[in-house]
Design a protein around this ligand. Sequence first.
Ligand SMILES: *Cc1c(COP(=O)(O)O)cnc(C)c1O
Length: 488
Amino acid sequence: MSTPPPLAGGKNGPDALRPLLETALGALTEGAGTRGGPLPSGGPATVAIRVREAAGDLLPTHGTGAENALRTLVGAVAAGAADPADPLCAAHLHCPPLAIAAAADLAASALNPSMDSWDQAPAASALEALLTATLAAEVHGPGTGDALITTGGTESNQLALLLAREHAATRGHPLRLLTGANAHHSLRRAAWLLGLPEPVTVPAPAGVLDPAALDEALSELTELTELTELSGPSGPSERTGRAGRSGPAATVLVAATAGTTDAGLIDPLTDIADLCAIHGARLHVDAAYGAGLLFSDTHRPKLHGLERADSVALDLHKLGWQPAAAGILTVRDPADTRALDHRADYLNADDDTEAGLPDLLGRSLRTTRRPDALKIAVTLKALGRTGLGALVDQVCDRARELADLVAAHPRFDLYDKPAISTVLFRPTDADDEYIAHVRRTLLDNGTAVLGRAQLDGRRWLKATLLNPHIRTEHLTALLTLVEGTSHR
Ligand SMILES: *Cc1c(COP(=O)(O)O)cnc(C)c1O
């Protein structure tokens, strides 16, 4: 048998990687050149044909060799990419990763620590512990809280519900989720996954959770609670204080949003935290998008009250410029994470843990887990708070500028001033159907990637600005493109 292909790790790994990297990087350059815009032109069928032609047989009897496979497939994916590094790629919370983060992620791939036991990740797990403490302190205050690394807001929201459910269970309560109509779809799905009752939805008429409506919903749940208690087997004597906390009543988890997916708006966090305290409800804040504002002196005050949440979801693959995945769930009370404690003899036997080997299995519901902490830690250290804050300021400034351009434009309507970096707008005279058509035309042409959102009973085009290199000329180019497509 011939020699097996070289490995990425070990003393010789870097030397084996170097020429392959040259090939891969060359294919990236070439692919971006072929594409020439934010998206490949021609739509899904055309792209699929191009990929099929370039790929050929994906499991040939005899392989084509590293050089050929890298060049053709990396090249095909790059040529057909929706590239968030292109200033006109602005549909989703899909950020262009920083080169520094991608470089660190390559090192992580080469070393391949697995975060499910210490003997697979000695230093990586120690670094992860430092990072999670740093991020928990950033959200909840110095020396406070803990954090878990996740694959993103979806997993963070699931974990938040799970931890809340288990926390409620220790007091004999079922959990009831209460969200705004503006909450991310993953919360409802998490409630379904965890077997929770149908969530209570509070209206968000202006795109944010309305505190008066929340107060009313919480009072109603509390009232139901009292009725259950009075008629229930345990009776009123079981009542231990605030009605919402007592008897067979449900514990309510309020899930607020800091940075809604559609409009980038921030729920009134202080009011919500006050109401949760009054009604004895737990608070989770889905700040998957908005938490990045913490790094900016200018924008951090918008998150006032976030520190009071029992748990917070933040995605550094949004305002954090990490390659996916870089999700975090912080908790104010580190004891909450004990719900994830779990034993598997081969990974965290009691005697190993007693002998001092850190127990990593309880840090996630996953088993094998990538060291996403490395790229995040490298980025935070390289840029520092001011470096990251400047990137946040930059995208927020450009969003405000785009909103101003839209507002001043005779043929466009603006939804609202951006709270973060999302701008919703629509051609003044277009109907909803036509707005969807404009978006798809731009996708087909490969000239711009815009999102869509349904708000106020109307459809809007959505620009989510996450590219810190975007400039005024790109914003005007974007509006010109939309205007050019808007003529029937
Ligand atoms: C992006 C986002 C999510 C989902 O996060 P993923 O990282 O895609 O799993 C959840 N909530 C909000 C508010 C988001 O912006």
